[in-house]
Design a protein around this ligand. Structure first.
Ligand SMILES: [Zn+2]
Length: 160
């Protein structure tokens, strides 16, 4: 309910200069404005089922977020171990910080621990001790046969 009121206030504030338009033009202006806002907002509504389970409506999709298990029906939350936009919307709805909901792997300390180990630099190529039979070997590109048809330029998008 509060989201609807806020949305109407935003629309009203933006559309002040459109009040002089003819009714049909005004409706078209408002429709275009509404579409643009929906694209920028994307997530329209969050409904809390329990303290941890929320239903998030994202455009035409309806997603279930469980903050306790750190899961979302989109799969991104549990896969990345980082709150997805739906989980962030649920956390925002609860006025809760996202800090307890991401993996410790994303912290600065974890990053620093990763590079804590001393890594020996590779010496200059002239100082490499390469056996003669390996140095003489010539590596050719694979002899794969080109498939018929035009090569694919874009990757297939996942089904949602
Ligand atoms: Zn999600």
């Amino acid at each position: 309910m509060d989201d609807d009121i806020n949305h109407c206030r935003v629309l009203d504030a933006i559309a002040k200069d459109a009040r002089e338009l003819h009714v049909v033009e005004l409706l078209e202006y408002m429709r275009t404005l509404h579409e643009g806002l929906m694209k920028s907002y994307r997530i329209q509504r969050v409904r809390a089922s329990t303290d941890y389970i929320h239903t998030v409506i994202d455009g035409m999709k309806r997603l279930i977020v469980c903050l306790q298990n750190k899961r979302c029906s989109c799969g991104q939350f549990q896969l990345d171990e980082l709150p997805c936009p739906h989980a962030l919307a649920a956390l925002r709805h609860m006025n809760e910080s996202f800090e307890n909901y991401y993996s410790p792997y994303y912290t600065k300390d974890s990053l620093l621990q990763t590079y804590e180990i001393l890594i020996d630099l590779l010496p200059d190529e002239s100082k490499w001790n390469v056996p003669q039979h390996i140095a003489e070997e010539v590596v050719m590109p694979p002899t794969g046969k080109r498939q018929p048809g035009r090569p694919q330029k874009q990757r297939y998008k996942p089904y949602n």
